[in-house]
Design a protein around this ligand. Structure first.
Ligand code: NIG
Length: 408
């Protein structure tokens, strides 16, 4: 299968692929396959025996190749450490959203350079683990100036940036006044830098009318929507996300059957709301694991993400999340890999070609097929089954991101 012809670019043949997971409905999961990368995109996929001539050739000696992870939910613009809070939680303390305030204080006190260096450190760590695309959020600034600099630091370092001014009502503020600020001056300041707006719709954070105000203001500006919903208990987040056409509702640990059906039905007749599950966060907060099996059985679109942040989920490891989804949430290997690659791309609205406001073409993410961004990882294993069969073992052998060899 070949991509439409364009100007000639340097081409690389990756051959000797023992098992190729494409996420493409026609190509499926292939054996003895080869892939050609040209510039930042995939140019050809097929049987190794039919591979075309290229400028260079890399033989991966029977290893498994799959799309790079697409981590669609992280909070990487922060400073500080909350390991003492984590240790207390493991000793029986409950998670409380108020812990966010500890990171807000540390983030406000940090310099731009410190925040950027911390984000780069975590993005590099994620890349070494096979993550080739990631979203990140603001949300530890909570003043106009601190949210704006968080958005500036994230822009250009992440594939997608989300404004989360509605993360917590900062100490000393009155909730409704703060919501006015988020939906007004704060949104106005960050809007040119972000792709989406998110709200932590949960008891102890923002209630349904407050969340709606922020999301409707964002929608009026043409920004995509996300919701942190149903994380710590039942709540209005899922219904609100579906009603307002959010790209994703994330956490979804507490869902009743109607909410599962609502998420599945949101895909009838067009793009719906992705249910993003965050297994590492569920474990680290000792919450029930999100019902990913029920969601898939009902026909919902599921993404798996790390939720990397210093409070509830301090990991960049998508492989850990995939293994947990298989071993503890009842997903098959193929379902979990798809949710952590193509599912994330759908949650970011990057599963199809897009053009930026500035006119730059963005190739799609999450699949290995002609035209997609050349993001792929090679495992030191013959099959993706090893991601859960050998949990906790670092299996990444090599990574290409946008056609560049970045690991291995
Ligand atoms: O997704 N739920 C809200 N936000 C983060 C927690 C952030 C924190 O505790 O610092 C989350 O889990």
């Amino acid at each position: 299968m070949a991509a439409p012809a364009g100007p000639p670019r340097r081409s690389t043949l990756i051959t000797g692929i023992g098992e190729l997971t494409t996420n493409d409905d026609e190509l499926g999961r292939m054996r003895d396959a080869a892939v050609v990368l040209e510039g930042d995109a995939i140019a050809w996929v097929g049987s190794a025996a039919d591979a075309p001539a290229t400028d260079e050739r890399v033989d991966v000696a029977g290893r498994a190749v799959l799309p790079g992870w697409v981590d669609s939910h992280t909070h990487l613009v922060f400073a500080g450490d909350r390991s003492a809070e984590f240790e207390a939680r493991m000793a029986g303390a409950a998670y409380a959203a108020g812990g966010i305030g500890v990171t807000v204080a540390a983030t406000r006190a940090a310099s731009d350079a410190e925040l950027a260096a911390n984000l780069d450190r975590l993005a590099d760590e994620a890349l070494r683990g096979g993550t080739t695309a990631l979203e990140t959020k603001t949300g530890y600034g909570l003043t106009v100036a601190d949210e704006l600099r968080s958005a500036r630091i994230a822009a250009g370092r992440a594939d997608s940036v989300t404004f989360l001014g509605a993360h917590l009502v900062p100490a000393g503020a009155e909730a409704d006044d703060y919501v006015d600020l988020v939906a007004g001056a704060m949104l106005e300041a960050v809007a040119p830098l972000v792709d989406a707006v998110d709200v932590f719709c949960e008891r102890g954070a923002f209630d349904e009318p407050q969340s709606r105000r922020v999301l409707e203001a964002a929608r009026a500006r043409g920004l995509a929507l996300r919701v942190h919903g149903n994380q710590l208990g039942p709540g209005p987040g899922v219904r609100l996300a579906v009603e307002l056409g959010a790209l994703s509702v994330d956490h979804v640990a507490f869902l009743d059957d109607d909410e599962v059906a609502l998420l599945a039905d949101s895909w009838q007749g067009g793009r719906g709301t992705v249910a993003t599950v965050l297994p590492a966060c569920d474990l680290s907060t000792r919450m029930p694991l999100a019902p990913a099996r029920r969601l898939l059985d009902a026909g919902a679109v599921v993404a798996i993400a790390t939720n990397c942040n210093p409070g509830t989920s301090y990991t960049t490891s998508m492989a850990f999340c995939v293994a947990t989804a298989v071993l503890q949430m009842g997903l098959t290997i193929e379902e979990a890999v798809r949710a952590a690659t193509l599912g994330g791309a759908v949650a970011l609205d990057r599963d199809a070609p897009r053009t930026t406001a500035g006119g730059r073409a963005l190739p799609p993410l999450g699949r290995i097929r002609p035209g997609a961004r050349a993001d792929l990882q090679v495992l030191d294993a013959p099959s993706i089954a090893h991601l859960a069969y050998r949990p906790g073992v670092p299996l990444v052998h090599a990574v290409w991101r946008a056609g560049e060899p970045v690991v291995g």
